[in-house]
Write a protein of this length. Structure first.
Length: 94
């Protein structure tokens, strides 16, 4: 089974900026700068303008697509494995 790794920190990205990006990834399939800004209110990096700058600078859209694809692949593998177990346990396997 494939393991899911969070996207690595880019060489030109600060640790803080990477943590903000990881928060963006963990919003789930409904990634949104506005949502992240609301979630980050009062925290460093939480202004919507700053988040858009980071997103552009570090290509968050491309990075999060790869992360979401890995999640989808993993989910498919888990479901396929579970279906296989269900079929075997119900005696329907040939």
């Amino acid at each position: 089974m494939t393991a899911i790794n969070l996207p690595p920190k880019l060489s030109n990205e600060s640790e803080k900026d990477n943590q903000i990006f990881l928060s963006y990834c963990l919003l789930g399939g409904d990634h949104s700068i506005s949502k992240l800004a609301k979630k980050s209110v009062g925290k460093a990096g939480g202004s919507e303008k700053r988040l858009y700058e980071l997103s552009s600078q570090f290509q968050w859209c491309d990075q999060v697509k790869n992360y979401d694809a890995a999640i989808a692949e993993f989910t498919g593998e888990v479901l396929a494995e579970q279906v296989g177990k269900d079929v075997v346990s119900s005696g329907q396997a040939r």
